[in-house]
Design a protein around this ligand. Sequence first.
Ligand code: FES
Length: 238
Amino acid sequence: MATQVTLKILRYDPERDKKAHFETYTVDADPLDRILDVLNTVKWYNDGSLTYRRSCAHGVCGSDAMRINGRNRLACKVLVRDVGGDTGKKIQIEPMLGFKILKDLVVDMDPFFEKYKSIKPYLINYEAAPASSERYQSQEDREIYDETTKCILCGACSGSCPPYWAGPDFVGPAAIVNAHRFIFDSRDQGGAERLNILGQGEGVFRCRTIYNCTDACPRDIPVTKAIEQIRRAMLYNR
Ligand code: FES
């Protein structure tokens, strides 16, 4: 049943505003509507200038990570009732922290993807590929890095990480998760290169084991555990 939902949204237009400010919108929504649906209602019927990223609307593309009631989440995976919008509570929506705001809820992801690229997120193998087969791997070896294959690069983990907010050069949890995916792949031979990159000042030892990243991940990746496994690989060669 439709109810009135009030959204408090951080707005910023670089051509008009000196600084970001909140604006409030009250719209009809169903408790089972997603926050993305409610943002669409605001944009389509109240204020067409509201700007946010979205694409798949099904938790796959990672475009619509934002801070909803103080937690980084995908707007397409959070229901109005999940955040109390059906009980009259205001829903506060902001861009993720630790990223420069370009406009409203859209942040500059370029530095994030530069850090991702810095850990060489691709298979490195210096031997010629087998002529008549793929590079095989046992199910047990595949399972070792299964969880870190699930990253959709939404940035929710990095944007919830205090060392990432404080240190613009920290590579961040998302890049580390993607390094883990290859470091523990039995077919890959670039592990030492990646461990060397992540062992430097802005690598894994910047992590303070706060677990915000693990809480924020919409794919339930145990991000902090992956970071810890990389540290162990570095320190104990395992
Ligand atoms: S719009 Fe693609 S993950 Fe939400």
